[in-house]
Structure formats: C-alpha cells, structure tokens
Design a protein around this ligand. Structure first.
Ligand SMILES: *Cc1c(COP(=O)(O)O)cnc(C)c1O
Length: 229
C-alpha cells in the first residue's frame, strides 16, 4: 500500500469514528483531497485508493492536472481566492467553487457557466473570525449575498465555507465552527435550501466534524508537505 493510500485509509477511519462519537450520520462527512502544490503522482495514488473529489487553489495548476487525469471521473472543487479574471475557466471546468466572497464574482460565474453543464455548486466564504486581510464576507453582509446568489439560475448555492484562525485546543476550535453552523442554520430557517458546511482542515478536522461539517478540505494530512510554488 502506498503512503498516501495508507493515510487515506487512516483519515477515513478517523472521520468515521468522529461521526460516531459526535452523533453524526455515517457518511455525512465528505473528504475533499486538497491537492494544490502536489505532484500528479500523489493525486494518482489517491485515485488508486478510491478518492474522487479534489480541491485546487490555482486555476492554471488545476487545468493541467484535469487534463492529465481526464480518463478518471473526478470531481474538481475550486477552493482558492477567486480573481474576477479567472471566473471563466472556473465556471467551465469545476463542479464546485467554495470561495464566493463578493457579488461580482458570483455574477460572473453565473453568466459564464456553460449551458451544457449543470449549475455550478457554490459556497459563500465567510470571514468567521472577522480577521483583517482575510478572505470572505463579513457576517453582516452574508444574508443579502446568500439570497442573491441563491437566485442565480446557473449557480446552486449549497452552503458556507470558512477558514477559522488556527486555535491550539479542540474546544477553542469548536467555537468558530459552531459560529458558522449557527449562521448556516439561520439561513436555512430563513428559507434557503442549503446542505453544505465546508469547514475543517488537517489541523482541526475533528472539531469541525463535532460541529456539523459536511466537507473537510484536507491537504497535508493526506499528501504531506506541499511543493513550494
Ligand atoms: C490549502 C487549503 C486547505 C488544506 O490545508 P491543509 O492544512 O493542508 O489540510 C484547505 N482549505 C483551503 C481553502 C486551502 O487553501
């Protein structure tokens, strides 16, 4: 078994165990393999071990990997910062974009999503710790943006995404995730049909499972350190 296959198996076991420990349904948490900065051979090892969903942050790097791996039926998620001049390739080549953080980006993705593809699955990124210079909408801007994005025909608003500050303890990690879960539930109570909380990374994924994540975005815990760009 390759190292990556071994780590993937371990991760799946940890996820299943945490689902059980925190009262989550079995299989409720999906693992997105974050492959930015990883060589193709690492993605191939994960594919051989059954992984199908991959997260990428840089359009050019992602398109190259999609091309090389086009024989496999993979699901590509864009999880990097979205520059307005990159919305077209994202709309054309990805199944998901997790990082909508302003109206302009949503409008362009909606206009550029090709008619032959199903609507692009999207999440709104929330700056949950209200950090200066951090991506994501502020909580006070969230409701209006969410209702607008939900009305766009070529986008399917699935939920919310956040990258909280890294906190040292499990209990502290839970607090930020809980905050995101509460605003997610508020939006659902206001009538939005959302099913996705994209939260939890290598360092804090158990806390995210405890607080209701549905998509973990995991890179280094699966693939090891990234190649520096
Ligand atoms: C890089 C990245 C990840 C993965 O981080 P790890 O700590 O390597 O698991 C998850 N989400 C986003 C948005 C990222 O940019």
């Amino acid at each position: 078994m390759s190292t990556i296959a071994f780590k993937l198996k371990n991760l799946r076991e940890h996820i299943a165990e945490a689902e059980q420990n925190y009262g989550r349904a079995a299989g409720a948490v999906k693992l997105l393999a974050v492959s930015k900065g990883q060589p193709i051979s690492n993605l191939q090892a994960a594919i051989e071990a059954g992984q199908r969903a991959f997260g990428e942050n840089y359009v050019r790097e992602a398109l190259l990997k999609m091309d090389v791996l086009s024989n496999f039926n993979l699901e590509w998620h864009f999880i990097g910062a979205i520059q307005t001049n990159k919305t077209k390739p994202i709309a054309e080549h990805f199944a998901w974009a997790h990082t909508i953080d302003r109206l302009k980006v949503a409008e362009r993705l909606n206009a550029q999503r090709p008619a032959y593809l199903p609507p692009l699955n999207v999440c709104i990124e929330v700056n949950i710790d209200n950090e200066p210079r951090k991506a994501g909408v502020k909580l006070i801007e969230l409701t209006e943006l969410a209702f607008t994005v939900a009305s766009f025909p070529r986008l399917k608003l699935r939920g919310l995404m956040a990258i909280p500050k890294l906190r040292p303890t499990f209990e502290a990690q839970r607090i930020a995730f809980k905050k995101l879960r509460i605003v997610f539930e508020e939006l659902r109570n206001q009538g939005l049909d959302l099913d996705t909380l994209s939260m939890g990374m290598s360092q804090d994924f158990i806390a995210a499972i405890a607080e209701g994540t549905t998509i973990l975005r995991i890179g280094t815990a699966l693939f090891g350190e990234r190649i520096k760009k």
